[in-house]
Design a binder for this molecule. Structure first.
Ligand code: ATP
Ligand code: MG
Length: 228
């Protein structure tokens, strides 16, 4: 589903963010990406989303070669992924319902389909009762669940989350990862960048560690994949 072959990324100012990354993620996997600040984690995700392009190397996502992806193909790529950010990025003027429905309207879904799908997704993330509230009336964890609902509503093949728990309490962080884990069990591939060591330890998932733009460990390569 995701393949990196000897990927290097150097930003225009000369910063070497990724230095020869090789990695493959299969459909249905759940992967934590960890590493120090500046290690290259967000760059790695941005390359998957095609927000940045590699300097050299090949990247294949959902059978699309990103190193030479045509501009008109980018929307097709993006539709295969739901993206969750650390700062939620909800629309403050819209209700919870409309924040989620908006993602469907954007890709031209019919009103009838939206009316059926949005309540279902809000129920899935446990926010049915907050459908008519504004984001400012919700807790951080609830806001992040709205963001997750929005990422999920168009049924993406994968969810990509860059520190989705960075702005919420530890207990709520656990809840968000648990929710991602549930979604993963239904077949969606999940990639999560996080700084939270304890969180990673409490879930027995694949962990890829990036340091200085290189993958320095991957529990998938360990024969002894017991604990991290
Ligand atoms: N647009 C950019 N232009 C130039 N350098 C950049 C750019 N974005 C990131 N970098 C640099 O690339 C390196 C990797 O950055 P990246 O954002 O991928 O790190 P990160 O692992 O996500 O860190 P953090 O945990 O702090 O979010 C860093 O040295 C950073 O300063
Ligand atoms: Mg980052």
């Amino acid at each position: 589903m995701i393949e990196f072959r000897n990927v290097f990324k150097t930003y225009p100012n000369g910063t070497h963010a990724l230095n020869g990354v090789n990695l493959s993620v299969d459909k249905g996997e759940f992967v934590f990406i960890v590493g120090a600040s500046g290690a290259g984690k967000s760059t790695f995700l941005k390359l998957i989303m095609h927000e940045e392009t590699p300097t050299t190397g090949a990247i294949i996502v959902n059978n699309m070669h990103l190193e030479n992806l045509k501009r008109r193909r980018v929307p097709y790529l993006r539709r295969t992924m739901g993206i969750v950010f650390q700062d939620f990025r909800l629309i403050g003027k819209m209700t919870v319902y409309d924040n989620v429905a908006f993602a469907m309207r954007c890709i031209g879904k019919k009103g009838k389909t939206i009316k059926k799908r949005v309540p279902y997704i809000l129920e899935l993330v446990g926010l049915k009762d907050k459908a008519h509230n504004k984001p400012s009336e919700l807790s951080g964890g609830e806001q992040q669940r709205v963001a997750l609902a929005r990422a999920l509503v168009n049924n993406p093949a994968m969810i990509i989350a860059d520190e989705p728990t960075g702005n919420i309490d530890p207990e709520l962080s656990y809840e968000i990862i648990e929710l991602l884990s549930e979604i993963n069990k239904r077949g969606t591939t999940v990639l999560v960048v996080t700084h939270e060591h304890e969180l990673v330890e409490s879930f027995n998932k694949r962990v890829v560690r990036i340091e200085g733009g290189c993958i320095v460990s991957d529990t998938k390569d360990d024969d002894t994949m017991v604990a991290i």
